[in-house]
Design a protein around this ligand. Structure first.
Ligand SMILES: Cc1cc2nc3c(=O)[nH]c(=O)nc-3n(C[C@H](O)[C@H](O)[C@H](O)COP(=O)(O)OP(=O)(O)OC[C@H]3O[C@@H](n4cnc5c(N)ncnc54)[C@H](O)[C@@H]3O)c2cc1C
Ligand code: SF4
Ligand code: SF4
Ligand code: SF4
Length: 408
């Protein structure tokens, strides 16, 4: 059994610490389930508590800001700072139980086992999928108020409408377009949370609120890291945290940014965050503010990328029931990937009811290329992390041929 962190897609091969046996793996913390290292890690975290999470994950710049550590904390003492990273609530005392670190998706995760439980068939560079198509919402209410083709919003509107959900975990933006986790309890709530926010939003914390408010059936909308965290919790974690989620909608993600984007980076370029009406990544970072369009080349934004995004290898939210993004489709449309029978049934239902218009996937090669290049970038970062973090539970890493830049 192979363990890893941060999402699917087997590309890195490691020699794990378990007697040096060679294993194919998916990520940067790789070990067999039987490996004493997992047990050692758990034992250490149970003694060190939040301090362990801080030292192993946060200070090593591995944190994706997913919200899982707060969602599982039995004392509810983990909050998120303006940087989107976890910290202890002021004055709170951690009586170490280790659950935050043990359930962090960036500590360990057996992706193969999780994938086996979720998917059927073969996987490729887009993960497992039943069907892929291009679509946009037909509903006039959604035109202009959504990010791309409005498929995520259409899914939520449909699910609230037929009462298949009574809540949705989404990301609501404030007046500066900074997003935070939000538990929508009806379509009007969910509609307010449409459009993309380019900061870490620990969406999984809203699962605690859903439990407290006794909501029964939720949709969880999230980036690939949210979905990896959710699946780890679903697979190994307390069922009370995950059992209310009826389906998951993943959104594509190339990278995300830290709080300096709004606090310094955009203001330094004459952009007032209070005037932003839309942010988008379309080859460039595009900011619509005060009636003007500003386009910033992505390489110029390296200084404000969240460091925990660099080792991330999942572009298309491969752990979702249904994934939605823009790449691959024309402007104003979404690329939709139904992965599980649940996701495919949702898509079928929207199509049968005429809620979606379908079109041609115009750039399938670009979609696959972007997915592969994110895996490659993430792998290279993993190698770098492994080479400097001697204390992490693995010994060496070797990239297969195609990862060294050779054509298959
Ligand atoms: C940080 C980030 C990076 C992205 N990078 C790419 C990319 O490189 N290529 C690409 O094709 N697509 C990317 N996307 C996805 C794209 O922007 C759209 O979300 C997607 O195409 C769905 O469009 P839609 O019209 O259906 O969205 P909508 O109907 O407007 O719904 C968007 C949903 O996303 C949720 N959401 C918004 N921001 C966040 C956030 N920060 N964290 C979690 N949930 C959030 C909202 O709550 C809403 O439910 C990215 C999105 C984000 C947030
Ligand atoms: S009490 Fe909360 S913060 Fe402390 S170790 Fe447990 S989960 Fe982590
Ligand atoms: S990746 Fe998620 S669970 Fe891990 S430390 Fe960051 S917010 Fe917490
Ligand atoms: S790149 Fe996107 S999916 Fe990956 S950790 Fe960053 S925000 Fe999450």
């Amino acid at each position: 059994m192979i363990h890893d962190v941060g999402g699917p897609s087997a590309i890195v091969s490691l020699f794990s610490g378990n007697g040096g046996a060679r294993q194919q793996a998916h990520g940067w913390i790789c070990m067999s389930a039987e490996d004493t290292m997992i047990q050692d890690f758990k034992d250490r975290m149970k003694k060190q508590g939040f301090e362990g999470l801080k030292n192993e994950i946060i200070l090593r710049e591995l944190c994706a800001g997913c919200g899982a550590c707060s969602a599982v904390c039995p004392r509810d003492i983990v909050e998120y700072g303006p940087d989107g990273l976890p910290r202890l609530k002021g004055g709170a005392e951690c009586v170490p139980c280790g659950l935050c670190a043990i359930h962090c998706p960036r500590s360990f995760l057996d992706t193969e086992e999780v994938e086996r439980s979720l998917f059927r068939g073969e996987k490729d560079e887009l993960g497992y999928h039943i069907r892929i198509l291009s679509a946009r919402a037909k509903d006039p209410e959604l035109q202009g108020s959504v990010q791309d083709g409005g498929v995520v919003s259409a899914i939520l509107k449909h699910a609230f409408g037929d009462k298949s959900i009574d809540g949705a975990v989404v990301c609501l933006g404030d007046e500066r377009f900074i997003g935070s986790p939000f538990l929508a309890k009806n379509w009007e709530d969910a509609k307010r949370a449409s459009k993309s926010k380019y900061n870490l939003s620990p969406n999984l914390v809203a699962l605690r609120q859903a439990r407290q408010e006794r909501l029964e059936r939720l949709a969880l909308v999230g980036l690939p890291c949210h979905l990896a965290a959710f699946r780890k919790l679903e697979f190994y974690g307390p069922k009370s945290v995950t059992q209310r989620v009826a389906f998951t909608v993943g959104i594509f993600c190339s990278e995300n940014f830290c709080e300096r984007l709004m606090a310094e980076f955009l203001p330094a370029r004459g952009i007032d965050p209070l005037k932003i009406t839309k942010l988008n990544i379309k080859g460039l970072f595009r900011v619509e503010a005060g009636g003007q369009l500003h386009e910033i080349p992505l390489p110029q934004m390296n200084s404000v990328v969240n460091p925990g995004c660099l080792p991330c290898r999942d572009f298309t939210a491969e752990f979702a029931d249904i994934s939605v993004g823009a790449v691959g489709s024309p402007d104003g449309w979404c690329t939709v990937i139904a992965r599980t029978p649940t996701g495919d049934a949702i898509l079928k239902s929207l199509l049968d009811e005429g809620a979606l218009e379908t079109g041609e996937l115009t750039k399938p090669k670009t979609l696959r290329r972007m997915s592969l290049s994110k895996k490659k970038r993430g792998n290279l970062k993993l190698i770098e992390i492994m080479s400097r973090e001697a204390a992490l539970p693995f010994r060496s890493v070797e990239l297969p041929a195609e990862e060294k830049g050779e054509e298959k």
